[in-house]
Design a protein around this ligand. Structure first.
Ligand code: G3P
Ligand code: MG
Length: 245
């Protein structure tokens, strides 16, 4: 059967607080092949792993990530909101997650959250870190900001850069090539047979997000997408195993 890479969305976020080290470790332990994570710059230009522009939803603090220093951010509890057993989890630095990725031989999908907030220099800084950890061949950089992806490819043409989008784009494989990107991270409802087939023919891998329903997992496996991004790592791995039998 066609091999499908399983990316744990914000780590194994079905069972642990999203974008924390415990969620990333649990993803690796469950057998995920890769980790998906979101990055922002702090006030002092450190790259931290968090989804939202603000710390409100996933920590005990408040304010914009961009307006807090790393020291302020590291004092926050990023685990209790999910469950008391995760109290004391911190917002990780990108470098901490990349260390885990390198140690465990995983792949990584770094999503640049520079669509709402401009983070000048984020592309250069992320490329610097993946180079330092020797992860260029195992990294996909994605973003809803496609100008940023063009910049990534201009800086490092060997890096896989994936367009993220929600709309039902017309011929996204052509659009991706026009951007200078190399792959497609499509919203699952727009990931349909003709689109997957024609993207593959064009040599553009398709990796839908965020696929959590069993029925949709089965549909994606049947479509032979290249990878699937999910919160439910264990469920998806089981569906892939079952499809092989
Ligand atoms: O990278 C796929 C997915 O994470 C994009 O949306 O909002 O979950 O970061 P979001
Ligand atoms: Mg994301």
């Amino acid at each position: 059967m066609h091999p499908i890479t399983v990316y744990a969305h914000r780590g194994f976020s079905a069972v642990a607080p999203e974008n924390t080290m415990v969620a990333f470790r649990k993803a690796a332990e469950a057998g995920a092949h890769g980790l998906e994570l979101d990055v922002h710059f702090t006030r002092d230009d450190q790259i931290v792993v968090i989804h939202d522009e603000t710390v409100k939803r996933t920590t005990d603090g408040k304010g914009k990530v961009r307006e807090l220093t790393l020291e302020e951010i590291r004092r926050l509890d990023a685990g209790s909101w999910f469950d008391g057993e995760f109290r004391g989890e911190k917002i990780p630095l990108l470098s901490e997650v990349l260390e885990l990725v390198a140690d465990r031989g995983l792949s990584v999908n770094i999503e640049l959250k520079n669509n709402k907030t401009a983070y000048p220099g984020l592309e250069e800084a992320v490329l610097e870190w993946i180079g330092r950890f020797g992860l260029v061949d195992r990294t996909v950089i994605s973003s809803f900001n496609h100008y940023s992806l063009r910049k990534i490819r201009d800086l490092r043409p060997e890096v896989d850069a994936a367009i993220l989008y929600m709309a039902n784009l017309f011929e996204p494989w052509n659009y991706a090539r026009n951007v200078g990107a190399t792959s497609i991270h499509s919203y699952w409802p727009t990931t349909v047979e003709d689109m997957v087939k024609r993207s593959k023919e064009a040599g553009v891998p398709v990796r839908p997000f965020t696929v959590n329903q069993t029925k949709e997992m089965r549909r994606m496996i049947h479509l032979e997408v290249d990878a699937i991004i999910t919160d439910k790592v264990d469920r998806l791995l089981k569906e892939i195993r079952d499809a092989k039998e």
